[in-house]
Design a protein around this ligand. Structure first.
Ligand code: DX5
Ligand code: ZN
Length: 227
């Protein structure tokens, strides 16, 4: 079944516990950490993640858009994250980092900006629990979905199948009712949605609808046959 991860970047930061409650029933809560260096925006850090993990039962899906994730990512596991995604463009030693995240007890995930190809990282895939293909340039919510990323999603799904891995494939950026089916058909099974969820009148209903759309599209998809 498709997983929908609402992104709190589009939520009210003064009411994070309530905003988590508003998407009860979601698989994960997506938390965007930005340092104003790796991306031109600044959000939150370890203390906020610590408080949020105490305030909600929904597991936290951390997306680190920061420099030097080798140094910081383990601290987010200790702060209560269930999954930690680092950007491969920023990681000095991605294999060592993924192993450290897993050893500390979280799922390890690697993100690729739109200009970063997946092919050089084929041999790293067994070290990971998830790959995140960015479908916008990271930094801001509410941007338009980049259709040109669909072939990369497809190629990543092919690599996962080729190596018979249990990896999840996440997409993030511009995922909404109008784009989620294309992502699912191409091979994504975890969908981050910020404005499409928190911009809706009823956020948990928006999550339910997106999941239904994704599940329908997946049922007919080339990559999910036999699943
Ligand atoms: C952008 C963030 C996303 C953002 C997505 O860099 O990584 O998680 O919240 O927002 P939408 O879904 O509005 O594009
Ligand atoms: Zn994100």
């Amino acid at each position: 079944m498709a997983q929908i991860n609402p992104s709190i970047l589009s939520a009210d930061f003064a009411r994070l516990a309530d905003e988590a409650e508003a998407v009860r029933g979601s698989d994960w809560l997506h938390v965007d950490v930005m340092d104003n260096h790796f991306v031109p925006n600044l959000t939150l850090g370890v203390p906020v993640v610590e408080s949020l993990s105490r305030a909600t039962d929904i597991p936290l899906d951390l997306h680190l858009m920061i420099e030097d994730p080798d140094r910081w990512a383990p601290q987010y596991v200790e702060a209560g994250a269930g999954s930690v995604t680092f950007h491969v463009e920023a990681a000095a030693a991605p294999v060592r980092l993924a192993r450290e995240i897993r050893a500390k007890g979280a799922r390890a995930s690697m993100a690729l900006k739109p200009g970063t190809p997946i092919e050089p990282y084929e041999d790293l895939l067994p070290e990971l629990d998830m790959v995140l293909i960015m479908t916008v340039e990271p930094g801001f919510g509410g941007q338009a979905f980049l259709d040109i990323m669909l072939p990369k999603i497809r190629r990543t799904r092919e690599l996962i199948a080729k190596h018979d891995l249990q990896l999840w494939l996440q997409v993030d950026g511009g995922v909404a009712a109008s784009t989620i089916e294309r992502c699912a058909e191409a091979g994504a099974d975890v969908f981050v949605a910020g404005s499409a969820v928190y911009g809706a009148e009823d956020p948990s209903e928006a999550v339910r609808k997106l999941r239904e759309q994704a599940d329908k599209a997946t049922a007919d998809a080339w990559w999910a046959c036999g699943h």
